[in-house]
Design a binder for this molecule. Structure first.
Ligand code: ADP
Ligand code: MG
Length: 247
């Protein structure tokens, strides 16, 4: 469904050109649950942003359902982002003075969904993340874990084909991480296609169906978790993982 071919991403800054992605070639199938690992600054966020149409590649191609995006207009990217992709970030980006339900409905309103349908879709999405009883409260009365679940519901309400998570649990207290991961596990069980940047190693090891290990703008490893975590050849990778695990 998604195919990256030799994707390069350069950022031009006043002092230098940073090459954040140095030729990434990857294919994603439906219902894959991909965990993206790698040290800070290796290009994980850039990769997600490009896959999700939030940012443009410098060269290469991203094919969506077999169709090249080289000639995509801004409008084509808008349609792709709104209809195919659900994004969840480390920060929840909720509007504090609106209710939980209104936060989830906002994107639907912008997309022109009728009032009745967006009420229904927001309610359904919030029930799915276990917040069906919080529709009319304001986000600042809720915990970090609950806020992140609202953000997941907001993405789900758009009925995306692919969900992208960029360090969704990094800002959470340890006791709240599980409730967010449990929602993602449930989505995986239902066959949602997901890419997750996470440092939750247990999660990557036991739940993901595929591990991508990045370093310096490149994919170093692309394999099943059992191969990745058991392969002795990955000693450098492991060194990194242990550092992350022990931090
Ligand atoms: P990660 O998510 O793995 O920590 P990023 O994708 O955020 O890494 O960043 C990859 C590289 O690209 C880093 O060197 C970072 O400094 C650089 N970079 C990311 N975004 C920008 C930007 N908007 N402008 C300039 N450089 C950027
Ligand atoms: Mg990042």
């Amino acid at each position: 469904m998604l195919e990256l071919e030799n994707i390069v991403k350069e950022y031009l800054t006043p002092d230098e050109t940073v090459t954040a992605l140095k030729g990434i070639t990857l294919k994603f199938r439906k219902s894959e649950f991909v965990s993206v690992l790698g040290p800070s600054g290796c290009g994980k966020t850039t990769l997600l942003n490009i896959i999700g149409g939030l940012d443009r590649y410098t060269s290469g191609d991203l094919a969506i359902d077999g169709k090249s995006t080289k000639l995509y207009t801004d409008k084509d990217w808008d349609v792709y982002r709104n209809h195919s992709i659900g994004f969840v970030f480390q920060s929840y980006n909720l509007i504090p003075h609106q209710t939980v339900a209104e936060n989830v409905e906002l994107a639907l309103t912008l997309a022109g969904v009728s009032t009745a349908e967006r009420r229904e879709r927001a309610k359904k999405a919030l029930e799915k993340v276990g917040l069906g009883n919080k529709l009319n409260v304001r986000p600042n009365q809720l915990s970090g874990g609950q806020k992140q679940r609202i953000a997941i519901a907001r993405a789900l309400a758009m009925e995306p084909e692919v969900m992208l998570f960029d360090e969704p649990t990094s800002a959470l207290d340890p006791e709240m991480i599980k409730e967010v991961l449990d929602v993602m596990i449930e989505l995986a069980r239902e066959g949602m296609t997901m890419l997750i940047v996470t440092h939750e190693m247990g999660f990557a090891k036991n739940v993901a169906t595929r591990i991508l290990f990045m370093n310096d703008g490149k994919i170093l490893e692309d394999e099943k978790p059992e191969e990745f975590f058991n392969n002795p050849k990955h000693s450098r990778t492991k060194e990194f993982l242990y550092k992350v695990l022990n931090k």
